[in-house]
Design a protein around this ligand. Structure first.
Ligand code: 6GU
Length: 225
């Protein structure tokens, strides 16, 4: 069973997203546990303060060391983490290969920061892996933690159900997905490609590979190296 602990100042942003669909089934089938930890509970003083102004000036607030350290330490005392992950735009961009690797782990911790970040010393002291989900800026790490969690959990054996397979996903073989069709055969004069109706699975596989290659060349040539 995998365990994911997510630290955030706004955990309620994630609980709804991570209690539906494939993630919900994985939780119900005891494949994974997700635990949210409200950083505010580790805040300092009468107002449970968790952030402060950056040294050197600049706008925005930075998550302070002590509340994060207390929260991370309390978890680390109880569980042996394979990775302590900080979600941040100033990091390596997440790729499917890394998701595949993380899906084999047992205990993962994820830390969500304000978009201006967390004190560097927390990164130096605790974080073992830093991940960005793309070259754009979000207002916090929570959406990124949902993205990472979803992408990992759907790969746990049993999460997808027998009728689905992650092996045919876009990116799993460095190609974008081929086009797919369902009934009816003709819709607004647009026909389903003949080959898909042929029943010839060798021909269908070849067609799909060709289409995937074509699409990848056109819109993501960087994936072909
Ligand atoms: Cl992980 N966090 C934030 N705040 N923005 C991002 C991101 C993460 N990844 C891409 N943009």
């Amino acid at each position: 069973m995998m365990r994911i602990d997510i630290i955030s100042a706004v955990p309620e942003l994630m609980s709804s997203f991570l209690s539906h669909s494939i993630v919900k089934r994985a939780i119900n089938n005891a494949l994974v546990e997700i635990h949210f930890h409200d950083l505010r509970a580790f805040g300092i003083g009468k107002f449970n303060k968790i952030d402060d102004y950056p040294y050197g000036g600049e706008s925005g607030m930075i998550l302070s060391c002590e509340p994060l350290a207390k929260c991370i330490s309390s978890l680390r005392d109880q569980f042996d983490y394979d990775e302590i992950i900080y979600l941040t735009p100033d990091a390596q961009v997440l790729k499917q290969a890394e998701v595949n690797r993380l899906s084999l782990k047992t205990n993962l911790m994820m830390i969500c920061g304000h978009y201006k970040g967390i004190d560097q010393r927390i990164r130096d002291e605790f974080v073992t892996l830093e991940i960005s989900i793309g070259d754009y800026v979000l207002s916090g790490g929570e959406i990124a933690a949902c993205v990472l969690t979803d992408s990992i959990i759907r790969l746990i054996p049993g999460a997808l159900g027998d009728e689905m397979s992650a092996l045919s996903d876009s990116f799993q073989d460095s190609l974008l997905s081929y086009p797919v069709y369902t009934r009816p055969k003709v819709w607004r004069d647009r026909e389903v490609p003949e080959v898909l109706l042929s029943g010839d699975h060798k021909k269908i596989d070849a067609w799909r590979h060709e289409k995937a290659l074509e699409k990848t060349k056109q819109i993501r040539p960087d994936l072909l190296g």
